[in-house]
Design a protein around this ligand. Structure first.
Ligand SMILES: [Zn+2]
Length: 134
């Protein structure tokens, strides 16, 4: 899934989980589950930079409005952290991926507009869920 989608899921988790180690484990697990759902990813390109910028802008905006505290940052960080290996591989620093749902055999793939729609709908779901729960 997109950086923004994972980040929004981490933000939602932070609304109800205040135990930081448990929040970290749950956020990584959320990344695992979301990457199993068939979707279209961005490749290392301008789209990736736009995706990361959108996630950061949404996060900063929610931070300014709600002052959610450390769990918000912590949950968001752990929810997006597994994708750092994707970035490192695409930049040539590592040769393969290790996080199981990033492996081609189980990574959920749905090419084209339907795969993009899955990401958009999932991100919107987490965005509105955050607004409900915060
Ligand atoms: Zn991922």
């Amino acid at each position: 899934m997109w950086f923004t989608t994972h980040a929004l899921c981490g933000m939602v988790l932070s609304t109800s989980l205040t135990n930081l180690p448990w929040l970290a484990v749950t956020a990584i697990a959320s990344h695992f589950v979301l990457d199993l759902i068939p979707h279209e990813d961005t490749s290392y390109s301008l789209n990736t930079l736009f995706d990361i910028a959108a996630g950061i802008i949404i996060g900063v905006t929610l931070w300014i409005i709600y002052s959610p505290g450390v769990p918000f940052l912590w949950g968001t960080l752990w929810a997006v952290l597994p994708d750092s290996e994707v970035l490192l591989q695409e930049m040539g620093y590592i040769s393969r991926r290790y996080f199981p749902p990033h492996l081609p055999a189980i990574h959920g793939v749905l090419r084209g507009k339907r795969g993009i729609a899955v990401n958009l709908v999932t991100a919107a779901f987490f965005f509105f869920l955050y607004l409900i729960l915060v």
